[in-house]
Design a protein around this ligand. Structure first.
Ligand code: C2O
Ligand code: CU
Ligand code: CU
Length: 445
């Protein structure tokens, strides 16, 4: 098989297609005025990822980047997921503060031909979440094959800030893929090089010369993106779990798998006719074409939203992530505190409402240079400090996923409020979680 090993399209094919904006999912007509009900149908579909070539993918509602769910803080969402595929699925709302029976726990799957209901109360700060598959052992290949979509949680208490909104508030999912010359997705998680922006390789996006809010999610299975605008400015206003207290000016955005950045880019700095390239270190990913002027009453205020108070922690725990190279197995099992994930083993019982500090270590030999990331379900956390690695630009604000570079330890602090039950935490390089680099807590009363 002839796998493309370049990030760039051949001459003349790059920047030929517009960046699509995934359609907003419409709620099903329902008898309740208090809740929005949506249907997500999982099944195979054929889409065009490379110009002129059909690619068989796995989708929510037939779309390679699933439809965007627009939710509002305080207004619950119900998702009815139907599995029209041949393998079990589980829908997980990444970053969601979700009851455990709606969290997409890996063993809590929807079998082929079955449906189930997920309830999302939306009692957390506004931010961009995303939904993706989490079925035991299948999450990596399912997400890679296309089971991912965005979930914008709006917060009317933030409306008065005057941030860019409406058509100027744009969700962007960036991931990578390997495609062979026939257009097939190749599942072989090394050197995955073609970057897809809302499902299109190297698209352009026409913008007006004004401010835009761009909500960017890295939906790659195993990848750190480093984006720049050729020296241009991103005004970062938020990260995984909500707004920053104050905007931060950056020229580079670093996003590990599953991380989000909420940024404002002011295209009025560029004359009409300019082309502004969003590039990863491997090459250009998305070209903004500044095509017109437009009125702009939006602003980025100097004060955004205070972070929630950090109550004192009552428990400190250690979590160590590494591969078990001594096992002699190939690939080696992934482990948390020495053991691969076992659904029958609870790593920690956490008292509901308590605040804890977790010291999370990447314990693989530094010489092997293996990155891990760390993600915990149900709560957002704060990064306190790092040892063996400098603080990273994506450590600010409310986080649910962070990079843990080789040989380093990061301390995070989180409060586990509201819900009881089992929740997993894992390396969000999904190839690693599939190999066992996952543990679980049980929140108890
Ligand atoms: Cu993004 Cu456990 O998931
Ligand atoms: Cu998650
Ligand atoms: Cu890992």
């Amino acid at each position: 098989m002839n796998v493309r090993r370049v990030a760039l399209l051949p001459n003349g094919q790059a920047f030929a297609l517009p960046m699509p904006i995934p359609p907003v999912l419409q709620p099903v007509p329902s008898s309740s005025a208090l809740i929005d009900t949506y249907r997500l149908n999982v099944g195979q579909a054929t889409v065009e990822l490379l110009p002129g070539l059909p690619t068989k993918v796995l989708t929510y509602n037939g779309q390679f980047v699933g439809p965007t769910i627009q939710a509002t803080v305080g207004r619950p969402v119900r998702v009815i997921a139907t599995n029209n595929f041949t393998e079990p699925i589980a829908v997980h709302l990444h970053g969601g503060h979700t009851p455990s029976d709606s969290d997409g726990y890996p063993m809590d799957v929807v079998q082929p031909g079955q449906s189930r209901v997920y309830n999302y109360p939306n009692n957390q700060q506004g931010t961009m979440l995303w939904y993706h598959d989490h079925a035991m052992g299948l999450e990596a290949v399912h997400v890679y094959s296309g089971l991912h979509g965005m979930y914008v949680l709006r917060d009317h208490s933030e409306d008065s800030l005057g941030l860019p909104s409406g058509a100027y508030d744009v969700p962007i999912m960036i991931r990578d893929a390997d495609l062979d010359t026939d257009g097939n997705l190749v599942w072989q998680p090394v050197n995955i090089n073609t970057i897809l922006v809302n499902g299109v390789v190297q698209p352009y996006f026409q913008v007006a010369a004004r401010k835009y809010r761009l909500r960017i999610v890295n939906a790659a299975v195993e990848r750190i993106f480093r984006f720049d605008l050729g020296g241009g400015e991103f005004i970062q206003i938020g990260s995984d779990g909500g707004l920053y207290p104050a905007p931060v000016s950056r020229t580079e955005l670093v996003l590990g798998s599953a991380e989000r950045a909420d940024v404002v880019v002011d295209f009025s700095r560029y004359p009409v006719g300019s082309q502004v390239m969003l590039s990863d270190t491997t090459g250009p990913a998305l070209r903004f074409d500044v095509v017109r002027t437009a009125p702009d009453t939006s602003q980025v205020p100097a004060v955004l939203r205070a972070l929630p108070a950090l109550p004192p922690a009552t428990v400190t725990r250690q979590i160590s992530m590494k591969f078990d190279f001594d096992s002699g197995m190939s690939p080696p099992p992934g482990t948390i505190n020495g053991a691969a994930f076992d659904p029958n083993v609870i790593n920690f019982q956490v008292k509901r409402g308590s605040t804890e500090i977790w010291e999370v270590t990447n314990a693989d030999p530094i010489a092997l240079n293996i990155d891990h990331s760390f993600h915990v379900h149900m709560t957002q956390f704060r990064v306190l400090d790092r040892q063996g690695s400098p603080m990273l630009p994506d450590d600010d604000g409310l986080k649910d996923t962070i990079n843990v570079p080789p040989g380093s330890t990061v301390r995070i602090q989180a409060t586990f409020r509201d819900y009881l039950g089992k929740y997993v935490f894992h390396c969000h390089y999904l190839e690693h979680s599939v190999l066992g680099m996952m543990g679980q807590i049980e929140v108890i009363a």
